[in-house]
Write a protein that binds this ligand. Sequence first.
Ligand code: BV8
Length: 245
Amino acid sequence: MNIPEILIQKLRAARHVLAFTGAGISAESGLATYRDPQTGLWSKFLPQELATPEAFQRRPDMIWAWYASRRQAVERAEPNPGHRALVALENRVPRLTLVTQNVDGLHQRAGNRRVIELHGNLTRTRCSEGAHRVETWPATEEVPPRCPVCGARLRPDVVWFGETLPLDAWEAAVAATQDCDVCMAIGTSAVVRPAALLPELAQKSGALLVEINPEPTPLSTHSDVTLAGKAGEVLPAVVRVAWPA
Ligand code: BV8
C-alpha cells in the first residue's frame, strides 16, 4: 500500500487528529455493515426500516429481537487490526478525537480512551419513556421487557432514524472538526446525516481529508487523500510508515 508523503508529514506534525468511523471498520470483525444484505428473520428488511421509532411502536417484539441478535454478534466479535491501529494512533499524536457512527462498542473494547458515539450503543439499554439507562431488569417472558422504574418498554440505547443525535456528542464532534489538522473518514458510506457532514466540515476548516474505504463514496471526490483498501490493512500500514518502530 503506497501511503502518500503528504499524509505521513501531516500526521507526524499533527496536534489534533479526528478519526471518523463507520460500519466498515467493524466488517473485519465479522459484523455486517448496513450495506450487506440482512440475514435470517430480517432478511426482507432494510436496517433503515427497522431502526426507527415507528417500527418499534408497530413491532416492539421484533425490533427488540433484532437488537438482541445484533448484541450477540457484537459480544462474539473482537476488535480487529483497524481498531487497534486507532489505539496506536491515539498513543502517537498529541490528541485524537474518535467519532464513531458505530453502535458496537468495539473502539472502547480495543482500548481507545475517548470515543464519541453519535448513534449510541446497542450493548446499552434504556427506558423508552424516561430515557434513563437500565442495566438489569427482572427475568420475564415479556418481549421487550419493562422498565423496572416506570413499567414502560425497554429499548436499545441507540439513535433511530428520525431521532436527534445526543447534543453533547454532536457538539463535541463539530468542535473537533473545527480544530483538527487531519480528518480520517474510515469505513463509512457517508450517507447518513448529519454525521456525514463532519468530514467536509473538517476539510473546510483546513484539515487534510483522508478517506479509507475499499469502495468510492460521495466523499471520494472531495478527499485530499483516498486510500482504497480495508481499514484492517490500511490503518496499520499508515501508523507503521508514519512512526517506524
Ligand atoms: C436526524 C443506530 C433529525 C441504529 C443509525 C434525506 C436526505 C438526507 C437525510 C435524511 C433524509 N431523510 C431522512 C434523513 C435523515 C436521516 C438520514 O440520514 N437518512 C439517510 C438514510 C438518508 N438521519 C436521521 O434520521 C438522523 N437524525 O436527522 O434527526 C431531527 C432533527 C430534529 C428533530 C428530530 C429529528 C439519525 C441517524 C442515525 C440513525 N441510526 N444507527 C442502528 O444501528 O440500529 S445509522 C446507522 O447507519 C449506523 O449507525 C451508521 O451511521 C449508518 C450506516 O452508515 P455506515 O456506518 O457508513 O455504514 P454503511 O454500511 O452504510 O457503509 C459501510 C462502508 O464501509 C461502505 O462504504 C463500505 O465500502 C465500507 N467497508 C466495507 N468493508 C470495509 C469498509 N471500509 C473499510 N474497511 C473494510 N474492511
